[in-house]
Write a protein that binds this ligand. Structure first.
Ligand code: NAP
Length: 353
């Protein structure tokens, strides 16, 4: 039975939901997880757009999602491998990786009706600019501050804490989806300044590339002071770019952003104590950029550390550490094996700083 506030929200936005169809473009970890939650609302029709192999898997096993304090499932989700049915959608959640967007945009342009809001959930900077330059649709940003992993056939699991960061908007369709996430999911936080959120998330995502370069699981990597020194320097560059742009990135941890480089530079024995919360991660977890390299895929590095370099050039802030990280990741993307110890990584990446 929905709570009173849930009922109020539902009636307030019901007009936005009647016969509404939500398109999840990029049925992968994030798309399937969020789509499973939205599918709990009987007045929404949720359609997934993705690869054939996953479509067959969902047809056989159904779709399920688990998050702290709950779960959601859909027995026979509507799944399409062609984008033609996008024409039926009244709101789009775009959940492909940022690297897939350039190929996808012409199809979005062809099939999405121009009044339909498009909500981009990628990590990194520059995605909304790219979409707005190509589509006539209203484009919004949302940010996922937690991790989602596919842990079994058709099953997607939230593996770290956090609430979906969703744009505050006058558009009833967005407000209705937020109410559904709040009612059926692990929570949602409405944000007036999504740019600050996007820039704050990037600060943490600067570690993805270092994780891929180190070849270590995330927890082991964080316990290497040499690599933490590089991460601290990369963060410092981004914070300086933000300061020059007069943007205050939203803090994503209990610590103010400015203190994160200080924390990372501490000796490991002290870091272990003060960063206990940060180290509560699965022993085997690695960044998705590591996964991308192992699978021979292009990474999102140009939207992450690459965005720091690009905005550094625009603002006149030197970003030698992020620049060196991008260059090494590009070598990895070319299939080159990079066997550098944490100490060698520090020497190489901080050499020009
Ligand atoms: N997973 C997380 O925990 C997490 C957390 C926070 C933010 N994010 C961000 O969320 C975004 C999505 O990440 P994800 O982990 O969900 O990625 P993902 O699991 O790779 O999902 C994206 C899916 O979209 C598919 N796709 C791409 N182009 C397509 C096309 N033209 N037609 C049909 N399907 C297409 C991909 O297939 P192919 O692989 O075959 O291209 C893939 O199955 C990324 O920007 C990521 O950084 C992820």
């Amino acid at each position: 039975m929905p709570s009173k506030s849930g009922l109020e929200i539902q009636s307030q936005y019901r007009s936005a939901a009647i016969h509404s169809t939500v398109g999840i473009v990029g049925a992968g970890s994030i798309g399937c997880f969020l789509g499973a939650i939205l599918a709990q609302d009987k007045s929404l029709s949720v359609q997934f757009f993705g690869r054939e192999a996953l479509g067959l898997e969902l047809a056989a096993y159904g779709l399920s999602a688990a998050f702290p304090g709950g779960n959601a499932s859909a027995i026979a989700p509507a799944f399409y491998t062609s984008m033609v049915s996008l024409i039926d959608c009244d709101v789009i959640l775009l959940t492909v990786k940022a690297t897939s967007l350039p190929h996808l945009i012409p199809q979005l342009k062809k099939f999405i009706r121009p009044d339909v809001p498009v909500i981009a959930l990628q990590n990194g900077i520059g995605v909304d600019t790219m979409l707005s330059a190509s589509l006539n649709n209203p484009v919004y940003r949302a940010v996922v501050p937690f991790n989602v992993v596919k842990t079994g056939p058709g099953h997607f699991q939230q593996t770290s804490a956090g609430q979906l960061l969703w744009p505050q908007s006058n558009d009833n369709r967005l407000s209705y989806l937020a109410a559904i996430f709040r009612q059926h999911g692990s929570g949602v936080q409405l944000c007036a300044d999504m740019r600050a959120v996007e820039y704050g998330k990037l600060l943490l995502n600067l570690n993805n590339a270092l994780n891929a370069l180190s070849g270590l699981p995330l927890k082991q990597q964080l316990l290497q002071q040499d690599i933490r020194l590089v991460l601290a320097a990369a963060m410092q560059e981004w914070l300086m770019v933000c300061k020059t742009l007069q943007i205050k990135p939203q803090a994503m941890t209990a610590l103010p952003n400015e203190l994160l480089p200080w924390l990372l530079r501490l000796p490991t024995w002290l870091f272990r104590v003060l960063a206990r919360q940060m180290l509560l991660i699965d022993e085997a977890a690695r960044s998705s950029m590591w996964d991308d390299i192992q699978a021979g895929r292009r990474t999102e590095v140009m939207y992450l550390n690459g965005a720091v370099v690009r905005l550094g050039i625009e603002t006149g802030v030197p970003t030698p550490v992020n620049s060196a990280i991008v260059e090494l990741v590009k070598h990895l993307e070319q299939g080159e094996a990079i066997h550098l110890s944490p100490q060698q990584l520090r020497q190489q990446l901080l050499a020009s700083a």
